[in-house]
Write a protein that binds this ligand. Structure first.
Ligand code: PRX
Length: 657
């Protein structure tokens, strides 16, 4: 383990926050005793617990015959059950005793330029039925893959729900990815349709989504049609016979579309994410188990009530947006707020203005955002009441205790519980988190596995480690929202997640963690080659292969460096081809090149040139050495010096090899 320092710093954390009694009384899990009963019952028989959750939180057309079929590492949940995600997120809120929700806000949306829209459950149902008919009209069938590459507008949620309505499988690509990243994903998924927009707003500028799709489509031949939603209204190229306007199609579409009765294990979506190799993996999630997991966790962890205005700031392009902007929230009939743009547009007060304006009650964001707010200063925030807030959440990376305390004090005004939620694209839903009202929190710890989730910290041999010893975070029993595979790559699924502790049916999450004496989990970050950069997941190898695709680069090694704001900064060590000079300009060019290849999210923070990369005798790049060098250096400005890392390498060789 390389996390001794981190353990040292979090070991000193002793502050504890007991649930407030008055808050807890009104909570969906009303107090510590209720939580303990729930956790105990779930631990005794997790399958029985999840079956109860599936009955309470999901409506089924046909009940399942068997709760779980577990042939490690392959799980099937609620076998024989038939349901539909869009039915659960929409139709059932318009029927029977819930029919009053027809005119309740499902989505409250604010665009970056300040435009506003509210879609009630009735509105959203109608739009989804129409777009589902559009999809059918374009020849999309059950099981077909549809790519969604859109700004954060309600139409993205509409497109997702429309896919689920007819059993098509969506794969959303975050708007910060570049053309090559899109064509890779389109080809891997063999998608036949793309839904995009002319553009989206980001810090006052237009992100040219349609232009990027056009470029991507030069490298694919499976896509038959492109549906374009008009968001910005600037002129874009429309290819005859291939490209169609969303509005034209919707104008003709019928609002009558029955939800398909889908098998519990029917594929729901594929979401590409970085792993420890160069190629992103298509994480596959299915229907009934996923929905049970996200609906249950949303209800208890975000304590959702009908009167809440819940705001998760994540982009829907990431799993957080799938599970906790759309599916988990709408399944509960709650109101989800979406904001299209940047937090500092037109100024740093945008988020606080939104919270006061819409009286947001539950606010869920990332530690990297919290640290950025801290940097902008409290004065921006003090002007706002924020009195509507009652619960705060974080996700995406470990939160340092200082940022947690700041979040509690400055945003939560010392009265909002904080839920630090640990999970992954692969887990589908939250795995480790306090249940507010029921669990005592401590800054920096995600506390306890959610009831029904079995987590442990293991050593290299798969044995549990003692209190406060670092180890590998593992999930020891299957859970309903778990990934069902990597699309098109069954071997990688086994190798990536289930081979660390072979034949035991234990899922290795890729994170290091420790557990303290009270059983609280402290996640310390990735122990593989995955970096969490400002809440975005990137693999060092993805960035390396983008670098070596530049003609001037001979070899590259990429490491993460701890960063106060972004969590991790991307540092590249590059050796250039003979005859190419190391220069500041070359550094700038390479940073741009990576941005162009993968997308702006991956643009390196620092490029350092070296005449040789430090390697062991067997030729392995000494990443630990590079990580030390990257972390130890004060200034990141001077990129011109050619560093002779081979000397250092020779010094270190004996202890690395
Ligand atoms: O390293 C962990 C970190 O984010 C990784 C998963 O990234 P991704 O699949 O993009 O999903 C992010 C949103 C769910 C994990 O392996 N991570 C996520 N949440 C936390 C976290 N690390 C510490 N504490 C968290 N609350």
């Amino acid at each position: 383990m390389t996390h001794e320092i981190e353990i040292e710093s979090t070991l000193k954390e002793t502050r504890k926050f007991k649930p407030d009694a008055a808050w807890a009384r009104r909570a969906n899990v009303p107090g510590q005793a209720a939580y303990k009963r729930m956790a105990k019952d779930a631990a005794k028989n997790p399958q029985r617990f999840w079956a109860r959750m599936a009955k309470e939180h999901v409506s089924w057309f046909t009940p399942w015959k068997k709760v779980l079929d577990w042939k490690p590492p392959y799980a099937k949940w609620f076998i024989g059950g038939k349901t539909n995600v869009s039915y659960n997120c929409l139709d059932r809120h318009l029927e029977g005793e819930n029919a009053w929700r027809k005119n309740k806000a499902a989505l409250i949306w604010e665009g970056e330029p300040g435009d506003e829209r509210v879609l009630t459950y009735g509105d959203l149902h109608r739009e989804v039925c129409k777009f589902a008919n559009v999809l059918k009209g374009l020849g999309v069938k059950k099981g077909d893959r549809v790519i969604l590459y859109m700004p954060l507008v309600p139409e993205l949620a509409i497109a997702m729900l429309s896919c689920t309505r007819i059993g098509a499988v969506h794969s959303i690509i975050f708007g910060g990815f570049a053309a090559d990243s899109i064509s890779d994903r389109v080809n891997d998924a063999q998608a036949k349709l793309i839904v995009t927009a002319d553009g989206g707003w980001r810090r006052g500028s237009i992100v040219q989504l349609k232009g990027i799709v056009d470029e991507a489509l030069e490298k694919t031949d499976c896509v038959e049609k492109v549906v374009v939603y008009k968001r910005t209204g600037h002129s874009v190229n429309m290819k005859d016979g291939r490209d169609l306007w969303w509005d034209d199609l919707m104008a003709e579409a019928s609002a009558d579309c029955k939800p398909a009765k889908l098998d519990s294990e029917a594929p729901l979506f594929i979401l590409y994410t970085s792993g420890s190799t160069g190629k992103p993996k298509g994480i596959l999630h299915t229907t009934g188990g996923y929905l049970t997991h996200v609906a249950t966790t949303a209800k208890y962890i975000f304590d959702l009530k009908d009167e809440d205005t819940y705001w998760c700031t994540a982009d829907i392009g990431w799993v957080t947006g799938h599970s906790y902007v759309v599916y988990g929230i709408l399944a509960n009939g709650a109101t989800s707020l979406m904001y299209e743009g940047a937090p500092n547009w037109p100024d740093e007060e945008r988020f606080w203005r939104i919270i006061d304006k819409y009286k947001v009650t539950v606010f869920y964001t990332a530690p990297t955002a919290i640290r950025t707010f801290m940097k902008w200063g409290d004065d921006h925030i003090k002007k706002y009441s924020l009195a509507s807030l009652r619960l705060l959440g974080t996700v995406g990376e470990p939160i340092n205790p200082e940022a947690w305390m700041w979040y509690r004090r400055v945003i939560g005004r010392n009265h909002c519980p904080i839920v630090d939620t640990y999970w992954q694209t692969e887990t589908g839903g939250i795995m480790i988190s306090p249940v507010p009202g029921g669990v005592t929190t401590t800054p920096g710890s995600a506390t306890l596995p959610f009831p029904g989730i079995s987590a442990d910290i293991l050593d290299h041999d798969g044995n549990p480690v003692g209190p406060n010893e670092g180890g590998f975070l593992a999930i020891t029993k299957p859970w309903p929202g778990m990934l069902r595979g990597i699309y098109g790559d069954p071997e990688r699924y086994v190798e990536q997640y289930w081979s660390k502790f072979p034949d035991k049916g234990i899922y290795f999450a890729g994170d290091g963690a420790r557990r303290d004496k009270s059983g609280n989990f402290w996640v310390m970050g990735r122990v593989d080659d995955v970096m969490n950069v400002a809440g975005h997941r990137l693999s060092t190898m993805e960035v390396e292969s983008a670098l070596v695709s530049h003609p001037a680069v001979a070899e590259a090694a990429v490491v993460g460096r701890p960063d106060d704001i972004k969590g991790t900064a991307v540092v590249c060590f590059v050796t250039l081809e003979g005859g190419v000079e190391a220069s500041d300009e070359m550094g700038v060019e390479l940073r741009k090149h990576v941005g162009k290849e993968i997308g702006p999210v991956a643009r390196p923070d620092e490029v350092r040139f070296t005449d040789a990369l430090p390697k062991t005798r067997s030729g392995k790049i000494m990443r630990r050495l590079l990580r030390d060098i990257a972390a130890g250096r004060e200034t990141s400005q001077d990129t011109t010096t050619l560093e002779d890392l081979s000397v250092l390498a020779r010094l270190r060789e004996s202890d690395e090899a």
